[in-house]
Design a protein around this ligand. Structure first.
Ligand SMILES: Cc1ncc(COP(=O)(O)O)c(C=O)c1O
Length: 371
């Protein structure tokens, strides 16, 4: 098949975008032989702390590890239930599973984010934590979720894999509860050249436990003081990320401008449900994804493909409760099921030009017979 005119994502761009800066940062690091937990990791952690206002940031090997470690450091374990939305990556549920606890899946609301009323209805005497996913670069209703956590004495830990720098009522994703995780996977908002992730927390003791858990349980003197994992953010990746971090505030703005452009080009189409605009309801959205809904989704996606535009349905088209073999056969989530017959992602990344977004909007309007 010929290459698409506008692929869903351009992986080479992750490197090419800031090629020279990234190359020289990597070279400097590699020539020093600085590979494991060297200065760049600390500098990157400090940079993210500055960006987000988090008191502590700890680089880890990937976002999934970050969640596993955060839940473990928080003391989540066998006998506990943890509530999360089914519209998330399997990794969110897997992190609960691998701590011996039970993932309890609930519905999302009209904005595709976890529904606080569904969370409340799912709370039992065994519930230990809420684990909302800050999906698509947008923060959930953290006022409602924080109130629930407080009222029921629950831990609040955020899967903010997709939401670095997104804000709700002035606060950044990942900083609302005991801890938050960010993924640095290449296609993420701030992507490295491989796997990477981080845990943020405002709690000093939590930060200490996360640091121990990511490095074999070793303290700053190199003494093993507890069981731990090997889950360190590579120093070369940290160097890449540090070089890219300088450009990140401008890139968030660029994504927001692209979202506004999609909105201007598509909001007249009745059958299409668009994500909220960039600043709605006290939020600062950063659009990791542009997830739309259409009553004619499959035909529309086929039409876009014919026009050379790649699209995607998240998670291979299935929310977590629909994945076979994970033990969720008895879970019924009709709203999420309906959403997964309608939702898909339009291209949303910093390689896109205004003309490309206009082309995509024009192709969609043509599909609906609107000039
Ligand atoms: C919502 C969500 N949670 C968890 C993850 C896992 O992150 P990672 O791939 O860095 O392990 C991802 C991304 O892959 C994600 O999008």
């Amino acid at each position: 098949m010929a290459a698409l005119k506008i692929p869903f994502f351009r992986y080479p761009h992750v490197f090419a975008q800031h090629r020279e800066e990234v190359m020289s940062a990597m070279l400097l690091t590699m020539e020093r032989g600085a590979y494991i937990l060297q200065d760049e990791v600390r500098q990157f952690e400090e940079g993210i702390a500055k960006l987000t206002g988090a008191r502590h940031v700890v680089g880890v090997a990937n976002g999934t590890d970050g969640l596993i470690i955060a839940l473990r450091a928080a003391g989540v374990g066998p006998g506990d239930e943890v509530i999360l939305a089914s519209h998330t990556y399997v990794a969110t549920a897997a992190a609960v599973h691998f701590n011996g606890a039970k993932p309890v899946l609930v519905e999302c609301g009209a904005d595709h984010l976890i529904d606080a009323r569904a969370v409340e209805a799912a709370i039992t005497s065994r519930t230990r934590a809420l684990l909302p996913t800050q999906l698509n670069g947008r923060v959930c209703d953290m006022e409602a979720l924080s109130a629930l956590a407080q009222r029921h004495g629950l831990l609040l830990i955020e899967d903010a894999a997709q939401a670095l720098g997104a804000r709700f009522q002035g606060r950044c994703a990942g900083t609302f509860g005991l801890a938050g995780m960010i993924s640095l996977y290449p296609a993420k908002l701030l992507g490295c050249l491989g796997d990477g992730g981080l845990v943020m927390t405002n709690d000093d003791d939590m930060a200490r436990r996360v640091r121990l858990l990511r490095d074999h349980g070793r303290n700053e003197l190199g003494e093993v003081v507890t069981w731990g994992f090997n889950s360190r953010l590579d120093t070369v990746q940290a160097a890449v990320l540090l070089a890219k971090l300088k450009h990140y505030p401008a890139e968030m703005e660029r994504r927001r401008a692209l979202a506004a452009r999609y909105r201007a080009g598509l909001s007249m189409l009745e059958d299409l449900t668009l994500p909220p605009g960039p600043d709605e309801n006290g939020r600062y959205d950063v659009y990791q994804n542009y997830e739309v809904e259409s009553g004619r989704r499959d035909a529309l996606r086929a039409h876009l493909l014919e026009q050379g535009v790649g699209t995607l349905v998240q998670w291979g088209g299935k929310p977590v409760h629909r994945l076979s073999g994970l033990g969720f056969d008895q879970v019924h989530l009709p709203h999420t099921d309906r959403l997964f017959k309608r939702c898909f992602l339009l291209p949303m990344n910093t390689s896109l030009t205004d003309d490309e977004v206009d082309f995509i909007c024009g192709a969609i309007r043509k599909f609906y017979g609107v000039a």
